[in-house]
Unconditional design. Structure first.
Length: 135
């Protein structure tokens, strides 16, 4: 299950309907009814989902590569974690036990995060830092 306050329009989530899981994009969040309108990939109609039927996507290397990040080999390794870059935005992921766990950087702003985040949380940080949606 996902937290309602972590969801924003444009976020990517996993939906579950009738035992079938599909990826979709959040279109609207209804805080009063605690429902989320999602445009599901490969579906014509947008659907409303309860929070019990929405899940976060783990932030993994395959997800970052699909979002057109690339690994900067020259800046990775030797205790410096792995650096993923997309234009002027970068994510450094450190190994277990390292604090901070993640470092987000865009131009003159750096955010040190002490725990792993999900794709929708990365999308929210990205938007706050760049004023662009990460899709």
């Amino acid at each position: 299950m996902i937290s309602l306050h972590h969801l924003k329009s444009g976020d990517t989530v996993i939906t579950s309907y009738g035992g079938v899981e599909k990826t979709g994009k959040v279109l609207q969040v209804d805080h009063e009814d605690k429902k989320v309108l999602v445009a599901i990939d490969d579906e014509e109609n947008d659907l409303w989902f309860d929070l019990d039927n929405l899940y976060s996507i783990p932030l993994e290397e395959s997800t970052l590569l699909r979002l057109q990040f690339h690994i900067d080999e020259a800046q990775s390794g030797n205790g410096r974690g792995k650096l993923y870059v997309r234009g002027p935005f970068s994510i450094r992921i450190f190994g277990e036990g390292h604090q901070p766990r993640l470092e987000l950087h865009y131009r003159d702003e750096t955010r040190d995060l002490k725990e792993n985040i999900t794709l929708n949380e990365l999308q929210n940080h990205y938007y706050q830092m760049t004023n662009f949606h990460l899709e």
